[in-house]
Design a protein around this ligand. Structure first.
Ligand SMILES: [Mn+2]
Length: 315
């Protein structure tokens, strides 16, 4: 049986919309409303955030609050590495998705000799760099950091010197670069992408499992194919951004997108994926209760989290 430790990353400086740092507490409130003892069951660690940076205007337009994002990623990385080193299973409950670059760095540092597999369940590809970003928000750059991807072929921006320097530090987090290879990345329900990201997905032949394929072929078949796609990897990380679910369900998130899957589909998919003993870390991210009605997103997220955890504990 795996011993779980939850990691609270109440950081939202990588997002353009305010409120994702409240996601963790909203999920905790949902648990209390359901009468669940979930948050008493497992040891918990909170990562120090840099949200005070939000009180000042951001100077770097192509990597907003990048210094803070890097600092949070470094802390998340150390914590994840330590949890894995202790033989435990980290469940990361994050604010905005930029900290996933830290999670991947931590896993890679724990297993430097092994290729890491990443199952990225998200409406977005998060493959932008300061050279291509339309917004400068770093939650759209998490995977590019892990892949050490500049995408200069599709360059639209001229980031200043300090931004370039910061980006180099982001890519070289823990002195391993890249931490992830395209062939070990799988996208699930990614659908709200920019042309620069679509170029990379095509050029690097990234495997994408669409909402339509999930609807047509069913969870079991898709889950099997996802696990086959990351078969060469001994350690698999699942990152679940709640905007992978359809915008009608996931209103309480910063960048909702239509044509997603349902909460039932995502729960079934995750339960099936969790059956693989190679899965070493699970993350849930981008719950923003300030955009929601009656904490619905956090309640959905908590129910999914509970199913994932039960699969881990009682498999
Ligand atoms: Mn995302």
């Amino acid at each position: 049986m795996k011993r779980i430790k939850t990691l609270a990353v109440k950081s939202e400086i990588g997002a353009g919309t305010r409120g994702a740092s409240l996601g963790f507490d909203a999920i905790k409130i949902a648990a209390l409303d359901f009468g669940s003892t979930f948050f008493k069951q497992f040891p918990e660690e909170t990562i120090q955030d840099e949200n005070a940076m939000l009180l000042e205007p951001s100077r770097s337009v192509h990597a907003r609050r990048g210094k803070g994002v890097l600092a949070v990623c470094e802390r998340v990385s150390s914590a994840v590495q330590q949890i894995l080193h202790d033989g435990n299973f980290p469940i990361v409950i994050a604010g905005d998705h930029s900290s996933a670059a830290g999670t991947i760095a931590g896993i890679k540092s724990a297993y430097p000799e092994s290729p890491i597999g990443v199952i990225w369940i998200d409406a977005h590809a998060d493959l932008h760099s300061p050279y291509t970003t339309p917004s400068g928000n770093m939650h759209g750059m998490a995977l590019a950091m892990a892949l050490a991807e500049d995408n200069l072929a599709q360059r639209t921006n001229n980031p200043d010197e300090s931004t370039v320097e910061l980006w180099e530090q982001c890519k070289n987090l823990n002195n391993i670069s890249p931490k992830l290879r395209y062939e070990n990345l799988v996208f699930v329900t990614v659908r709200d992408t920019e042309p620069q990201e679509e170029y990379l997905i095509r050029q690097q032949k990234v495997k994408v499992f669409t909402t339509e394929e999930i609807n047509n072929f069913g969870i079991d078949k898709i889950a099997r194919e996802i696990l086959i796609a990351v078969e060469p990897c001994d350690h698999i990380y699942i990152s679940f951004d709640v905007d992978s679910m359809d915008a009608t369900i996931s209103r309480g998130t910063g960048t909702p997108a239509p044509n997603g899957i349902t909460e039932k589909q995502v729960a079934a998919l995750l339960q099936r994926l969790m059956q693989s003993p190679k899965v070493c870390c699970f993350e849930i991210t981008e719950v923003n209760p300030t955009l929601d009605k009656e904490n619905l997103m956090a309640e959905n997220a908590f129910e999914i989290l509970l199913k994932v955890t039960n699969q881990l504990l009682y498999d």
